[in-house]
Design a protein around this ligand. Sequence first.
Ligand SMILES: Cc1cc2nc3c(=O)[nH]c(=O)nc-3n(C[C@H](O)[C@H](O)[C@H](O)COP(=O)(O)O)c2cc1C
Length: 356
Amino acid sequence: MTWLRVEPNAEMREEQEAKMTITTKFTEMFGIEHPIVQGGMQWVGRAELVAAVANAGGLGFLTALTQPTPADLANEIAKTRELTDKPFGVNLTILPSINPPPYDEYRQVIVDAGIKIVETAGSNPAPHLPMFHDNGIKVLHKCTSVRHGVKAQSLGVDGISIDGFECAGHPGEDDVPGLVLIPAAAKQIEIPMIASGGFADARGLVAALALGADGINMGTRFMCTIESCIHQKVKGAIVAGDERGTELIFRSLRNTSRVASNAVAREVVEILSDGGQFEDVKNLVAGVRGRRVFDEGDLDAGIWTVGTVMGLIDDIPTCDELISSIVSEAEELIAGLNERVLHTQPRVHARELVHD
Ligand SMILES: Cc1cc2nc3c(=O)[nH]c(=O)nc-3n(C[C@H](O)[C@H](O)[C@H](O)COP(=O)(O)O)c2cc1C
């Protein structure tokens, strides 16, 4: 038999390129097209955003606790399903709280609604795993240290999202940025793992893959998209902001949170640094005030969560534009890196120079 090699013409090349995508063990495990995740975001992770991420081939998570009651979460899941037929998940954040929300009821809604992917965060996912796994739900656990990732892996979660110090929200207390945290975690995590905190573009995705992750999780970058429901002024502040525009609040309470640096956040930092306690800042950090920032665009109404990656964000694209450009530019970058390595001049060793 003779094999005929057909050289692709421009049209065939275009078709091949359109089909090219970055497949990793994360995309395989969670049944998505691209290794790009939109993590849970309080007040932001709603139906329109999550569906837009799903339609673009990424994995979006509704934020369970953004919905005031478990019944509201059921409605939000139904609304998301009207907007997409692609897979999406629900984030369940379990944080210490004086009046804890009814986690078990939210969990029951997730199961009853037939959701197949859950992102857990905030504390040990163990109490929730049996019910999720018994109902065929895959669990992606987000954590900020290698030891917590290893622990979650041993408990049987299906994937790890490892969140570096750069991240918006809760970076933990170890202050280890992604450049060290991701490869340190990759040494010990065998299940699919994505890198989180500080990602916004193709360079980040390629770097995450090189550091040993199977994809990326982004929060701040997805906040600043057309389909994100927050006020345009907040998106404008993210575009205008740079990598120095955040504060770490609650350090002395060992519940550190990275938020936008505004008058309220700076006041909280000052009060706590002077020995103040939670009671002294309780009113300043009230959730209702933070929510006004997102709803009304009053940037100094309260504290609002954002990451250092603001410094890399200078536009407000649709989720489809964002995800497809990250994937296609990442492919170009990977090919380009290879070329750069091949074209490197042979090294002249110092010893050879001495002998010359
Ligand atoms: C406005 C906002 C709210 C967030 N709320 C939550 C939350 O409720 N639960 C959670 O697990 N992570 C939350 N996060 C963290 C993100 O899921 C993600 O881990 C983080 O944003 C990654 O860092 P990046 O912003 O640098 O991409 C939030 C992030 C933002 C920007």
